[in-house]
Write a protein that binds this ligand. Structure first.
Ligand SMILES: Nc1ncnc2c1ncn2[C@@H]1O[C@H](COP(=O)(O)OP(=O)(O)O)[C@@H](O)[C@H]1O
Ligand SMILES: [Mg+2]
Length: 249
């Protein structure tokens, strides 16, 4: 494991017309780890995520991937850099089966499949790994939220990423489904994929993340281990509101 962070964000700011959504935020993401970002609604989490994923550039500041400046790279370049993401709003190809969705993703990125056989073989592996194999012939639009979220992960994994971004991948899941999602994320990480996730469910953040970054009103107010940030007076006061509010972000 190298000591150069896989991602380093230096002083990024994003302004939308009059509104400053993210203000002078800096942090880094450790190679091999699971890093989380939390904060109340409107804190600027998705905006930060979108800048790091190349969805749109920061108004100010720079972003580095393994030491290389990628601030001006487009989302398209990212799969080539072995970076994949899921969206908070799921975007499957609705009228294709689960299998076809994953097969389609196998043709993207640095490890794009060279033929149908290779794509299908990899898709089958990914479906087994994500627990969707039995549902491979269902149309993606006919699946419930938990499976749609799994499909998002399966599609991301089909591009063989080394870095995976997850934006609120557990929103809307019940406790058992959340536990299953936590296990899946842990096994993805164990297979060698660095993970950066935005998550509202504290239990997930605490159990998965080595480091957590806390945003509030577009600014970073704390970072550290889950324990450190949960005990940070600023986080307790400004973000959690009250001391006992430790179950929910
Ligand atoms: N494309 C956009 N245009 C204008 N305002 C935006 C846009 N995206 C986000 N915002 C605003 O930026 C702020 C941060 O939003 P967001 O990053 O989505 O927060 P979070 O993901 O933490 O809930 C909010 O006030 C939101 O309304
Ligand atoms: Mg968001």
């Amino acid at each position: 494991m190298s000591s150069t962070p896989i991602i380093e964000v230096r002083h990024i700011t994003k302004r939308f017309k009059g509104l400053t959504a993210v203000k002078d935020v800096s942090f880094s993401i450790k190679e091999g780890a699971i890093t989380g970002m939390i904060g109340p609604n409107g804190a600027g989490k998705s905006t930060t995520f979108n800048m790091i994923c190349g969805y749109y550039p920061p108004t100010e500041g720079r972003i580095f991937f393994r030491g290389q400046d990628i601030t001006d790279k487009k989302a398209y370049d990212y799969t080539k850099m072995k970076i994949a993401r899921t969206f908070q709003i799921m975007k499957p190809l609705k009228n294709l089966s689960v299998l076809e969705n994953v097969v389609a993703s196998c043709y993207f990125g640095h490890a794009a499949a060279k033929n149908e056989r290779e794509a299908r073989e990899r898709a089958m592996d990914v479906l087994q790994f994500t627990g969707l194999y039995e549902k491979r012939h269902i149309l993606s639009k006919d699946m419930g939220t938990p499976d749609q979220k799994r499909l998002e992960m399966a599609r991301a994994l089909a591009t063989k990423p080394e870095l995976l971004f997850l934006d609120e991948n557990m929103a809307g899941l019940n406790p058992a489904e959340t536990e299953a999602a936590i296990e899946l994320i842990r096994s993805i990480n164990k297979s060698g994929v660095t993970i950066f996730l935005i998550e509202h469910i504290m239990q997930a953040v605490v159990s998965l993340c080595e480091e957590v970054i806390v945003l509030h009103h577009g600014e970073k107010i704390a970072e550290g281990t889950p324990e450190q940030v949960m005990n940070d007076p600023m986080v307790m006061e400004v973000y959690l509101g009250k001391k006992e509010a430790s179950n929910h972000a």
